[in-house]
Design a protein around this ligand. Structure first.
Ligand SMILES: Nc1ncnc2c1ncn2[C@@H]1O[C@H](COP(=O)(O)OP(=O)(O)OP(=O)(O)O)[C@@H](O)[C@H]1O
Length: 653
């Protein structure tokens, strides 16, 4: 009988840990080759247990650090203002008590009211009333200022978090972006960057309320400590109920991330510039709307279930809290009637209890909602924990330019993450410095994958790629990518000005208009731009006001200009010419050949008229090199190249 198979995940772990497994998976043992095609650390599960929720509160600390980093001055101002606001209530209540006691004392004096002021007996009362007035003004002022500071601080925080998100996302691997799980996490993190702003106000509010509660409780302790305990105990069920429902809401939100992204996608697809043509022609609108509606309905049903349960249980638990408060109130009234408390005491105590109850309830509810928000913060911080795999070495080797030897692919194998099939395998070839190499092959042969490996958008799973004799991974990523300019077949169409669409090729030289013009001339984009009313400052694309849309071929000419703008040592055109007419493509490649003199270049095209301009042609099939040579040699060999060439040529006869 065969031995029982390990579950795939254990088998993977065993392979990773066993030296034999690593040796077997690694043709070059000196270099750690990632054998695990999974992208990022596993996506976090929604934490539903009480302990997990409590642990999530730990996120508040890095959150506050983030706030502090966003603006230390505003944070200090916010804290000071909250402190002022926190002590105002006890001061106001105590002053009110003093006023009442003073009024009663004055009334019991054997003096006529007209003499109260002259005799100085009313001085204390006047001072207390003035103090109460001052406190009211102070409370109002501090409240308004705190509101202002909170708003400013929130804005700073949103800005800082969004920038950190963008910065961090920029460090991540291409494979990470292609992972749907990652997109879910990014979406959750993005929501947190702008959606958690109430949390800041809540945390500060909680701190303020805690100080107020402490001062009120200290005052009340003097009268009867048990009453505070009673009010507190009566509030606990409501608190636990809130915490429970908050966690359920979060779990629902969490589990629906993918559907939410789908909703966004459907909404966009149904009404965007990019898709409007097809949606109209194919009459897709009802299909998209129905799908949107069905998804939204299921969201609504789940939300309604939780909202109903929350309303029912919340009402019950709050009634318990109210009962506790009125029991305490009854005791205070009785004690006053029995003469154990003065009227001033009664006012102070009833006022304090009323506030204390409201505050405690607020704190407990706020705490559970803070815990819920802290759960959401988990999404933000877990995003920051994703680390890239394709990184620069600790001490990179300087990349000497111009290149001397070029690239060597040595038995390279690569499989896309999550894919069982190899995109390229056993791939060996050289790209000599200064030569122009064409890659040909049928769809899916691995041409684009080679380019991605060369620019280190991915690292090989097997074998290695060297540049001038050293592994690509020995160079700093910025140096390597700085030396390479690639225009992909699915190049980006930036809704920016014509000049910026070209300048993105070497963004540091954006202000160098001469360079932009030269690049446009070289790529044949110049005549296209000359037609625009605003020339190089013309907004391109339909997303923004006054933007002009371009034809596919015109977009391509703009994109190709980026390659010239980049002015890199290694120039790669990966089929960005498919929409050009035959003459334009011929001209583009002719110029490409001339302008890449002395540079190393790769061009990928399905048109043999262009391919034949290359110094050498590599015929790929199934991720391997099937043949190589000049156009003439390959034709003479009569293999796949000759066959494909004939096929195309016969189409023109
Ligand atoms: N991001 C990806 N994730 C998973 N598999 C991919 C990815 N990109 C490409 N592949 C697969 O890798 C193989 C090689 O693709 P590649 O894009 O390199 O082919 P190509 O020769 O450039 O094709 P084409 O002529 O159609 O552009 C294909 O089987 C493709 O399905």
């Amino acid at each position: 009988m065969p031995p029982p198979l390990l579950p795939p995940i254990l088998a993977k772990a065993a392979l990773k840990e066993s030296p034999l497994g690593i040796a077997a998976a690694r043709p070059h043992p000196a270099r750690p080759i990632p054998t695990d095609p999974d992208v990022s650390p596993p996506a976090p599960k929604p934490p539903l247990t009480f302990r997990a929720r409590w642990a999530a509160m730990g996120n508040l600390w890095p959150f506050l650090r983030l706030v502090w980093q966003a603006s230390p001055g505003l944070m200090l101002a916010a804290l000071s203002l909250r402190l002022v606001r926190a002590v105002v209530p006890i001061a106001a209540l105590w002053t009110a008590k003093l006023i009442i006691d003073e009024v009663l004392a004055l009334q019991s004096l054997p003096l006529p009211p007209a003499d109260w002021w002259a005799s100085g007996a009313a001085k204390g009362l006047a001072a207390y009333v003035a103090a109460e007035f001052g406190l009211a003004i102070l409370a109002d002022l501090a409240g308004r200022l705190a509101g202002l500071v909170d708003t400013l601080l929130s804005d700073r925080l949103t800005l800082r978090t969004s920038v950190r998100l963008m910065d961090h996302a920029a460090t991540l691997d291409l494979e990470t972006f292609e992972d749907a799980g990652f997109q879910d996490r990014l979406e959750r993190a993005r929501r947190q960057a702008s959606g958690r702003m109430t949390l800041l106000g809540q945390v500060l509010g909680q701190l303020q309320d805690l100080v107020t509660v402490a001062t009120l409780a200290a005052g009340l302790m003097i009268f009867n400590p048990w009453l505070i305990l009673l009010v507190l105990l009566a509030l606990i069920p409501a608190f636990l109920g809130e915490a429970h429902f908050n966690a359920r809401t979060y779990a629902l939100d969490f589990s629906r991330t993918a559907e939410r992204r789908e909703l966004d996608y459907l909404r966009q697809t149904a009404a965007s510039v990019e898709t409007a043509k097809e949606v109209k022609i194919f009459g897709l609108s009802p299909f998209l709307t129905d799908r949107y509606q069905a998804l939204s309905e299921s969201f609504y049903a789940a939300n309604r279930r939780i909202a109903r349960a929350r309303a029912l249980w919340g009402g019950l638990f709050t009634a318990l809290g109210t009962l506790g408060y009125y029991t305490a109130y009854g005791w205070i009234i009785l004690a006053t009637l029995r003469g154990q408390l003065t009227l001033g005491d009664l006012t102070f105590l009833s006022g304090s209890f009323l506030r204390l109850r409201g505050l405690l309830q607020g704190i407990l509810n706020g705490f559970s909602s803070m815990a819920a928000q802290a759960l959401y913060l988990e999404d933000l911080f877990s995003f920051f924990q994703i680390t890239p795999r394709v990184t620069s070495p600790a001490s990179p080797r300087p990349l000497a330019l111009p290149l001397t030897r070029g690239f060597v692919f040595d038995n390279v194998g690569f499989r896309y993450p999550g894919s069982d099939t190899w995109a390229v395998r056993g791939l060996s070839f050289t790209l000599k410095a200064g030569e122009t190499l064409a890659l040909v092959g049928e769809n899916g042969a691995g041409k684009t994958t080679i380019v991605k490996l060369l620019a280190r958008l991915y690292d090989p799973v097997e074998g290695r790629i060297t540049l001038d004799g050293h592994d690509l991974r020995d160079y700093a990523l910025e140096d390597l990518r700085g030396a390479v300019g690639v225009i992909f077949q699915d190049f980006a169409r930036y809704n920016m000005t014509a000049a910026d669409n070209i300048a993105v090729g070497r963004i540091a030289a954006r202000e160098d208009r001469e360079r932009v013009l030269a690049a446009a001339t070289a790529s044949l984009a110049a005549p296209v731009i000359a037609r625009f009313a605003q020339g190089y400052d013309q907004m391109i694309g339909k997303r923004f006001r006054n933007g002009v849309e371009l034809s596919g071929g015109e977009w391509q000419k703009l994109a190709i200009a980026r390659a010239y703008m980049r002015g890199a040592q290694v120039l790669i055109l990966d089929e960005p010419t498919a929409a050009l007419d035959a003459r334009a493509e011929y001209e583009v490649f002719q110029r490409f050949k001339e302008l890449s003199q002395g540079k190393t270049a790769i061009l990928i095209s399905h048109r043999f008229s262009s391919v034949r301009m290359a110094d050498r042609i590599l015929v790929l099939s199934g991720g391997r090199v099937e043949a190589e040579g000049s156009h003439e040699t390959l034709l003479a060999q009569g293999g796949r190249y000759a066959e494909l060439f004939e096929l195309q040529a016969s189409g023109y006869r």
